[in-house]
Ligand binder design. Structure first.
Ligand code: GDP
Ligand code: GDP
Length: 434
């Protein structure tokens, strides 16, 4: 699990500009595969060989510019709780504002390392203007131009210096399943039903927080670790806050897992937050199983499940090759089926296809349906192989790889999925020059 760095600050100071600059390289690859652009507020980067996650808290908390102080408080509270280091961004063009002062006040009380970062310092004159920000009461500040990138190196050097070394070697190699989903979907009930004891009683103690915990679990010959986000509750928060925190907590649990068991509430359908969690898992190349819980509460007709399933698949397109199971924890209906599926997905994710078998199958398919010629040039794919990566990635070698377009990549992905079972697993397809 990597360390987390959060960017906080009032709207328009340049948080998302910096965020995008930091995560660009890595996320671009994923984008090219899914062919879909999405707003991201969470991503990974590395500096001096240290990998860490970045959260643009502004992106999570507010949708527009008319932000209230309350929102900023939430953002900062989140950063203080979740992050290992905080980038507090201000804007040299605007100078110190009341909102900056309010944020500074909250941050000074925290024990987390804070990096006051003066943005939009695009030239030397503005460097001099930045001095004003000593007024916010921090020992030092960093200057930055998020737009042209100058200053980023110094800031990142200082940040990685304070980041904790997080263990990268797992203590055991058991599959890790994260149980994620919105509040009230039935996560604790599910885990209790599996484990068979009431260990996840909701506590209502002020400020109760804990990281996701692992439970070693052995049933019907499967042995795995459950990474649980369910027990986490906060006192007297309004509904949106709970939702918001549940997504943020899921970030860590998902990173730490091989397969995400996403539980949704059948009475509510697949909603925005479900979709956030789903794409978080997909982007992190985790296996996914969707459990539609509380199926007992729905009035059912002949096609209810079928229609429900189709609706969800529409929401998760183009990554639709995912198991969807209708479950009732209350009636103990299909809860073990759910675990069986998670184990299958785990196995699919670590599946290796022998190069000979892969070529034997894929090359004739490609021959029958080659990539369309571009500018009168024919694209020839000669060879393919699966990379020795932790998640399935395939490389196809071609004379003109740059001419292979998205629809053809999708065709290849679909064929791979058709012939080798990658149910529930994101796969990557690359074209390279040979
Ligand atoms: P956020 O609301 O804090 O996420 O801010 P944005 O990243 O959306 O940036 C707000 C505005 O500031 C945009 O118009 C950016 O183009 C601009 N901006 C961001 N960084 C810089 C910079 O380093 N220099 C200048 N001149 N403008 C910047
Ligand atoms: P969590 O917040 O995701 O951990 O959700 P809980 O496990 O606390 O469940 C929320 C509520 O839904 C509780 O009142 C459960 O009793 C109820 N619940 C959970 N699973 C089912 C189910 O399959 N059917 C019905 N009818 N209720 C359920």
């Amino acid at each position: 699990m990597s360390a987390i760095v959060a960017i906080v600050g009032r709207p328009n100071v340049g948080k998302s500009t910096l965020f995008n600059r930091l995560i660009k390289r890595r996320e671009a690859i994923v984008d090219a595969v899914s062919g879909v652009t999405r707003d991201r507020h969470y991503g990974k980067t590395d500096w001096n060989g240290k990998e860490f996650s970045i959260i643009d808290t502004g992106g999570y908390v507010v949708g527009s510019d008319d932000v209230f102080e309350q929102e900023i408080d939430k953002q900062v509270e989140l950063a203080i709780e979740e992050a290992d280091a905080i980038i507090f961004m201000v804007d040299v063009e605007a100078g110190i504002t009341g909102m900056d002062e309010a944020v500074a006040h909250l941050l000074r009380k925290s024990k987390k390392p804070v990096f006051l970062t003066v943005n939009k310092v695009d030239n030397a004159m503005r460097e001099a203007d930045a001095v004003e920000f000593y007024g916010l009461g921090f020992q030092e500040y960093y200057t930055l131009s998020g737009i042209n990138g100058s200053g980023t190196g110094e800031l990142l050097d200082a940040i990685v210096e304070v980041l904790p070394e997080r263990e990268t070697i797992e203590e055991d190699s058991l599959p890790r399943f994260a149980v994620v989903g919105r509040p009230n979907a039935g996560k604790s009930s599910f885990i209790n039903a599996l484990i068979g004891e009431d260990r996840y009683i909701v506590t209502d103690i002020a400020g109760t927080t804990r990281d996701a915990i692992d439970t070693r679990y052995n049933r019907f010959g499967f042995e795995f670790n459950l990474v649980d986000t369910a027990g986490i509750r906060r006192k007297s928060k309004v509904k949106e806050d709970l939702e918001f925190y549940s997504v943020m907590r899921s970030v860590r649990a998902i990173e730490h897992a091989d397969v995400c068991i996403l539980i949704i509430d059948a009475t509510r359908g697949f909603e925005g937050q479900d979709s956030n969690i789903f794409w978080l898992a997909e982007r992190n190349r985790k296996g996914v199983v969707i459990l539609v819980n509380k199926w007992d509460l729905l009035e059912k007709e002949t096609n209810t499940a079928k229609e429900y399933e189709a609706q969800i698949r529409k929401e998760i397109a183009p990554f639709t090759d995912v198991p969807i199971i209708f479950m009732s924890v209350l009636n103990k209906q299909r809860i073990f089926k759910a675990i069986e599926k998670a184990v299958e997905v785990y196995e699919n994710r670590s599946k290796r296809i022998a190069t000979s078998k892969l070529n034997e199958l894929m090359l004739p398919l490609i021959e029958n349906y080659p990539p369309p010629a571009l500018k009168g040039k024919y694209i020839k794919i000669k060879f393919c192989t699966q990379l020795p990566t932790p998640t399935p990635q395939f490389v196809f070698f071609a004379n003109l790889p740059q001419y292979v377009k998205e629809p053809y990549k999708r065709f290849i992905e679909n064929k791979l999925r058709e012939h080798f079972d990658f149910h529930g697993v994101p796969i990557d397809v690359y074209f390279r020059k040979k």
